[in-house]
Design a protein around this ligand. Structure first.
Ligand code: FAD
Ligand code: PHB
Length: 392
């Protein structure tokens, strides 16, 4: 098989890249190790920045998001038994976020791609990438028991944090920047009304908790836990008990219990590789960088990466220009490091660090008080949370 851009991975990065290329008349083939059902039901991100919403709308895949997404103008921070609203809309000159599940973004993108007659090979095995240091890269894999090969002009490594693309780059060509945190998030999806219309981020002496949602009837909840926690040690009663304690709502909010329909533990880490390119292979999304989810940035960074990459490919195929392809990594990494800092900062502000001294805990509370009471500090949080505008 031959195509212009071979895309490894059908997560948000790979699928959105495929869509943005298709709109410019650039051919691609997407391959994915998992089944369609699996990728469409993998519960993850829920918060879309204004810029991500704009990209999805411009890509013609925003119709259901516009109908079902929940537009939020603020978030709440809870600590010391009180809640403080950060009015992001007012602090950022009218910007907002949209709560719309990653599962739904992925379904919309897969539907659009298949409707357009473009290919996705699901359930492939033994994926390997070759020749990207030369003119004619190749992707090999097995599909339906047969060996296959795609010859392409470029490979887009959109295969997430454990994919093969980054791992195939020769040792020494990339620099890795990394930090792991001594905790994880236990995330659940429950059939119950969210306790509030907006997201609540809770700093509590027992640990962090987050109250989010997927719809007015489905709530998405997280509690800080040990990164290697056995899910069996968290029966539903324990989860609801911890959530109730950490919400510490002072009586005005009711946490409604309901059937838990999904549960999982995510360890937390910050990770960046530089550069995000080697020869004719370009990395995008989680394949190149990971943020702890506290800043709600992972999916949004993946969208920003492929926006730049699709423009760079556009320049190349339309006008033979390579300037933007050459600067791809540099363009993305500025935004990536901004998001890395913000996600690290939100994580540091809101979690309980097992080795924190009483002094460090007081410092955390002092910073929370500052964000809650200073317009300048709240503005810094708000402008990062809604997402900075694209500069090129
Ligand atoms: P992925 O979604 O990981 O997609 C990669 C795809 O490649 C997968 O489908 C995988 O199966 C496939 N693949 C892997 N290896 C191969 C191979 N060898 N060959 C072919 N295919 C392969 N981000 C936000 O912006 N906001 C949030 O609110 C948020 N909350 C989160 C909450 C949690 C609990 C978690 C875990 C993450 C959250 N994120 C959030 C992060 C976000 O989900 C990720 O950043 C996003 O999924 C990145 O998309 P991606 O396409 O780069 O990678
Ligand atoms: C989510 O709804 O899944 C979610 C929201 C905000 C975050 C992380 C996850 O910071």
């Amino acid at each position: 098989m031959r195509t212009q851009v071979g895309i490894v991975g059908a997560g948000p990065a790979g699928l959105l890249l495929g869509r943005l290329l298709w709109l410019q008349g650039i051919e691609s083939i997407v391959i994915e190790t998992r089944s369609r059902e699996y990728v469409e039901s993998r519960v993850r991100a829920g918060v879309l920045e204004q810029g991500t919403v704009d990209i999805l709308n411009e890509a013609g895949v925003g119709e259901r998001m516009r109908r079902q997404g929940l537009v939020h103008h603020g978030i709440e921070l809870s600590f010391r038994g009180r809640r403080h609203r950060v009015n992001m809309h007012e602090l950022t000159g009218g910007r907002a976020i949209t709560v719309y599940g990653q599962t739904e973004v992925v379904k919309d993108l897969i539907g659009a791609r298949l409707d357009a007659g473009a290919e996705i090979f699901f359930e492939v095995d033994d994926v390997s990438v070759h020749g990207f240091d030369g003119e004619s890269p190749k992707i090999r894999f097995r599909w339906a028991g047969e060996e296959r090969e795609i010859t392409c002009d470029f490979i887009a490594g959109c295969d997430g944090s454990h994919g093969v693309c980054r791992e195939s780059i020769p040792e020494g060509a990339l620099t890795v920047y990394e930090r792991t945190y001594p905790f994880g998030w236990l995330g659940v999806l429950a059939e119950s009304k969210p306790p509030s219309e907006e997201l609540i981020y809770c700093h509590h002496e027992r640990g962090f908790a987050l109250f989010s949602m997927r719809s007015p009837q489905i709530t998405r909840l997280y509690v800080q836990c040990d990164p290697h926690e056995e899910i069996s040690t968290w029966p539903d009663d324990r989860i609801w008990g911890e959530l109730e304690t950490r919400l510490d709502a002072g009586g005005d909010l009711a946490l409604k219990e309901g059937p838990i329909i999904q549960k999982g533990v995510t360890p937390m880490r910050s990770f960046v590789v530089e550069p995000m390119q080697y020869g004719r292979m370009f990395l995008a999304g989680d394949a190149a960088h990971i943020v702890p989810p506290t800043g709600a940035k992972g999916l949004n960074l993946a969208a920003a990466d492929v926006r730049s990459l699709s423009r760079a490919f556009g320049d190349y195929y339309r006008a033979g220009k390579t300037e933007m392809l050459e600067r791809y990594s540099q363009i993305c990494l500025r935004r990536v490091w901004r998001a890395e800092h913000f996600s690290w900062w939100m994580t540091s502000l809101l979690h309980r660090f097992p080795d924190a001294t009483p002094f460090q805990r007081r410092i955390q509370l002092a910073e929370l008080e500052y964000v809650a009471n200073s317009r300048a500090a709240a503005t810094a949080l708000a402008e990062n949370y809604v997402g900075l505008p694209f500069t090129e």
